[in-house]
Ligand binder design. Structure first.
Ligand code: PEP
Ligand code: MN
Length: 346
């Protein structure tokens, strides 16, 4: 259920509605659009309508029941698309955003070199894993705190915003001191305690779709974060498990228009984990922008052959710069802006 406030609703009227909701045990979440405020109310809907008399309260325009299991995430709750501003990146806005960088942080030189080249090619957010959830316990597990220090340092030097994956409560607490955005990986999409903890933090969060998650399960995971108080959720489709073995996962591009219809949250595509192959990243990136994605999350390593993690799917900086030039043209064909690319013509 959402309570849509009138355009001229005063602060006092908004807080009175809030008070009525919370005093009856409902969760009340203020969602601020450009010109009006709606209050997402989570609780027993029939009681809300009949007993609270919200529709008669001053400043209230209408009360809209939401039938979907996800409420705050739903486009019914918030017709306008959400834009999440992180430093220079307006995620979900008119411009396509590029998030790029290595799968794992390996050294200061590696991250700096990737960051400088990615920035020149239009990236505004630098990615780098400090805690790596690996299938094998014998694989490289990440540099943890040392890696976060590197990411923060390079972020400062290049002016890029930063994102890293968190895998549990402790890593969330630690990473929150170093990065601008936290990421919940595919393997943790239904780690409900972690979702709630991220919900209580103030950091924007990239929520990746689980390997075998339906779109509804994914949106319910986003609802956990929002219901816990954090409205800055960015969805990221990174491929799902199917019977196909020629690609690492199967990129579900139909998720993009569906997500746009069902929710107001931004949606990114990660073509690197979706395909597992650097050869396929370019085509899928172009298709993602054409399909309406708000941005891309792409693994870029200064020397993919030497990468400690996900080398085969990582682009080298030249390939990323070349791709970025092509993406600029696709973006313009679908009326989206694109960041400035300063890399020389390749
Ligand atoms: C990653 O972004 O490095 C990662 C591990 O992604 P995913 O959770 O999609 O596998
Ligand atoms: Mn990776």
């Amino acid at each position: 259920m959402v309570v849509v406030m009138r355009l001229d609703a005063s602060e006092v009227q908004i807080s009175l509605v809030n008070e009525v909701l919370t005093s009856h045990g409902f969760g009340a979440h203020l969602i601020k659009g450009t010109n009006r405020i709606v209050i997402g109310a989570v609780g027993e809907e029939r009681q809300l309508l009949s007993e609270l008399g919200l529709e008669g309260m001053a400043g209230v325009e209408k009360v809209v029941p939401i039938m979907k299991p996800y409420k705050l995430v739903s486009r019914e709750a918030h017709a306008q698309s959400t834009v999440i501003q992180v430093k220079d990146a307006a995620i979900g806005g008119q411009d396509i955003i590029l998030i790029a960088g290595p799968c794992a942080i390996e050294s200061y030189d590696q991250v700096l070199s990737a960051a400088q080249r990615c920035r020149a090619a239009g990236a505004t957010v630098l990615r780098g894993g400090a805690y790596k959830p690996r299938t094998s316990p014998y694989s490289f597990q990440g540099m943890e705190k040392k890696g976060l220090e590197i990411l923060q340092q390079v972020g400062k030097e290049t002016g890029l915003a930063t994102v890293t994956e968190v895998i549990d409560y402790e890593s969330l607490q630690e990473a929150s001191n170093y990065v601008d955005i936290v990421q919940i990986g595919a393997r943790n999409m239904q780690n409900f305690r972690l979702l709630q903890a991220v919900g209580q933090s103030k950091k924007p969060v990239i929520l990746k779709r689980g390997l075998s998650a339906t779109i509804e399960e994914w949106l319910m995971a986003a609802e956990y974060i929002m219901a816990s108080g954090n409205l800055q959720v960015i969805l990221c489709e990174r491929g799902i498990r199917t019977f196909e073995t020629y690609t690492r996962n199967t990129l579900d591009l139909s998720a993009v228009p569906l997500i746009k219809e069902l929710t107001h949250l931004p949606i990114l595509i990660d073509p690197s984990h979706a395909t597992g192959s650097a050869r396929l990243v370019g085509s899928m990136s172009k298709a993602a922008i054409a399909a309406g994605a708000d941005g891309l999350l792409i693994e870029v390593h200064p020397n993919p052959c030497k990468a400690l993690c996900d080398g085969p799917q990582s682009l080298d900086p030249d390939a990323f710069a070349y791709l970025s030039k092509q993406l600029q043209r696709v973006a313009s064909a679908v009326d989206r802006g694109f960041p400035t690319v300063t890399t020389a013509e390749l």
